[in-house]
Design a protein around this ligand. Sequence first.
Ligand code: UGA
Length: 432
Amino acid sequence: MKITITGTGYVGLVTGVCLSDVGHQITCYDIDQEKIDLLNSGQSPIYEPGLDELIQKNIQKGRLQFTSNVKEAYSGADCIFIAVGTPPNEDGSANLTYIENAAIEIAEHMTKDCIVVTKSTVPVGTNEHIGMIIQERLPVNLKVRIVSNPEFLREGSAIHDTFHGDRIVIGSDNQEAGKRIEEIYSPFKLPVVHTDLRSAEMIKYASNSFLALKISFINEIANLCEKVGGNIEQVARGVGLDKRIGNKFLQAGIGFGGSCFPKDINALNHLANEYDYDFKILKSVIDVNRLQKERLFHKAKEIFESLAGRKITILGLTFKPNTDDIRDAASLKLIQDLLLEDAVITVYDPVGMSKVEKLFGDKIQYAASAEDALAGSEAAFILTEWGEIKTLSLETFKSYMEKPILFDGRNCFTLEDAEKHGIHYYSIGRKP
Ligand code: UGA
């Protein structure tokens, strides 16, 4: 079976590499020649632990190849996975241009009966639309089947998630096509859920929205703990042990970011509006998250009479650890807010610095280490719980900073430790 993956972003690249690793013959196709050159040299264009090694191994074994040649990609393909981006439009809806273009190209270049599988996150009804685009342009002697196969991997643990996911969702209105896709995934030995096309599309949006809802909910409980007393770490543990609730995604913090949750929730809300449905909980999840991102900044403003001219450190810029992704990261909002107050900002992140530098240039300073960033600082914010940041000794904050005032958006330290080291410590959901 010749399998082609269209789009070498997170989802497409990781899927292609993992499918080749279990023995499939995989061609990854992307229109970006620079990316393809990099990949052919065995390097990943994205930062993802373990990915480079898997790419190199499977190129060497001769079962993974990368191309920007559309003919090479689609001719003879039995199965084509579409994994191109669906970025947000200004109104929050999903931009389907890339996916529509992919569908047109497939119709124009496929040379045999083929199953087209959508991995990109797409609004309910899109797979039918893709099917129509292809069908309208297809030579009469060829047949296409459409399958929706949403992706649940997380950045930073994408390879692990692909091999050890909780389920594989296969949505199709054609049983035989669904079965063939199940066979492709059979080496992973994961539970498979067969659904119709629209249900599969909805499962993806409902899953991401529900996870985001858990985060916004625990963040609101945390905010209330700060007022009425109680420690959110203890509360989350006690709540999460109830198996009906589960202990995952109950880590209170400075709100969720990244390329998925904010985009997908807005897209689902937009879809609901289109169908004249007022999705109240979803709107609250969005609102709570917006306010949560500003929380530590407002705390700092309360404590300092003015932030103008003050030397402020930010540790952690990416939206979570083990990724270089800064999309919708809390750091971007905080930097903007602090710049408006004329603070003097120094930042440090183990891998996210160059992307932030592209946005803010010389408006802020970039340190080579956490210690350098803290030197002489009057207040520090922790925004990403990178291993090397959360294992910093509190003594380091005390000895390097001018004044040891710490705003911890990821609850990396205990209140007791902070007090023992004489740190003025403000965290989430725990009264100082
Ligand atoms: C998310 C989903 O978890 C994946 O299942 C999904 O496939 C992916 O979106 C996608 O749609 O492509 P990802 O955005 O990589 O994955 O990151 P998560 O690990 O889910 O974290 C998202 C945000 O939530 C981060 O900013 C993280 O810091 C925050 N978070 C997460 C919390 O604040 N608290 C938690 O308890 C968990």
